[in-house]
Design a protein around this ligand. Structure first.
Ligand code: BMA
Length: 339
């Protein structure tokens, strides 16, 4: 059965066909990584970053950049083809709702979501410990920062691209002040982007595969499809040599996204290429954005590799949804409930 993407068209999204002879559900761009080390003077690495379509068939993004002093901040990048990027020579500046400067001390792992006329940026910010930051922009020049949705510690926030039953929704993972050796995905809702509540558990770490045994966290903004919300997420394995970050996927109920319809027991991408296995932090595949085109069913996924590079991977909605369904497993409480 074919699954439909319920998203705006992006006819020129970056694309490369699946290599001949491959039956992988997700495949890498052959010219990865698309952003390499030292991409801008004074910037050592750009990685876990978010991209959206922009004017005149181009693309714009909010990138996680680390200076040569290794403090992460956000920076705007622009591209005509979604592959070759140029970056602003200054970090993204934010103001509060009265226009007063309100810049985060550090900022990382942004996601960007278009909701109505506004583009929302959600990222990990400093608030006496890591917490979720939220800002909106219409032009990627002026960014108005809103209240932080949650108190610390929480560093993995993902906003849905539309309201559901009248409320905004965020996926997040409560964490600790360090490298968080635990973590499930939760859902919260808000009528106004200020007051968040009705917290629900969505998915727990674990399953039969060890790739997501330590913790899991949302990736790109969930993608609306005729099967439900397609969620790419990261899962972390704890090995004797440190954490290994892979990408997995699930499908959440369209009206009640705390309900998991299908969860894929296999990872879709795991560190295999030199730019994923070697870098500032080895063995990291960390998806933060996806571009979709309903007419072709194409999906382009942007992911951070080894905390050093931006890389691209591709799939189609039919391929990935069929793969998730064919490899569905119930985990934890869902399994107990027979879902
Ligand atoms: C997580 C986040 C990510 C990073 C990953 C691996 O906790 O900080 O930004 O990619 O660790 O270092």
């Amino acid at each position: 059965m074919s699954t439909k993407l319920i998203t705006d068209p992006i006819r020129n999204l970056p694309w490369e066909d699946r290599p001949a002879g491959s039956n992988a559900p997700v495949w890498r761009y052959s010219h990865n990584p698309i952003v390499r080390r030292n991409p801008v003077e004074g910037i050592a690495r750009i990685f876990n970053s978010a991209v959206v379509p922009w004017k005149n068939g181009g693309f714009i993004g909010v990138f996680r950049a680390e200076t040569v002093a290794t403090l992460p901040h956000l920076r705007v990048g622009r591209s005509q083809n979604g592959i070759d990027w140029s970056f602003e020579n200054h970090q993204l500046e934010m103001v509060d709702e009265t226009g007063k400067s309100w810049n985060p001390y550090y900022a990382y792992d942004p996601r960007v979501v278009k909701l109505g006329e506004d583009y929302f940026v959600i990222w990990c910010t400093e608030a006496h410990g890591p917490a979720i930051g939220l800002a909106k922009t219409r032009d990627f020049v002026k960014f108005v920062r809103l209240e932080n949705p949650f108190i610390p510690f929480n560093r993995n926030g993902v906003l849905f691209p539309r309201k559901i039953n009248g409320n905004y929704r965020i996926l997040s993972r409560a964490s600790d002040n360090g490298h968080t050796p635990f973590g499930d995905i939760f859902l919260s809702e808000s009528p106004d982007l200020v007051f968040w509540g009705k917290h629900r558990h969505v998915m727990e770490r674990g399953g039969n595969g060890w790739w997501q045994g330590l913790k899991i966290g949302g990736g790109p903004a969930p993608i609306e499809t005729s099967e439900g919300w397609l969620l790419f997420y990261h899962g972390v394995a704890n090995t004797c040599n440190g954490y290994v970050y892979s990408m997995g996927a699930a499908i959440l109920d369209i009206d009640e996204p705390s309900k998991v319809k299908y969860r894929c027991k296999n990872y879709l991408l795991t560190p295999e290429m030199p730019y994923e296995e070697t870098g500032f932090v080895p063995n990291v595949v960390f998806p933060c954005a996806a571009l979709t085109d309903p007419e072709t069913g194409r999906i382009a996924i942007y992911y951070g590799a080894a905390d050093s590079y931006v890389a691209l991977a591709f799939t189609t909605v039919d391929l990935v949804v069929d793969y998730i369904k064919a490899n569905h497993e119930s985990v934890g409480r869902d399994a107990e409930l027979g879902r």
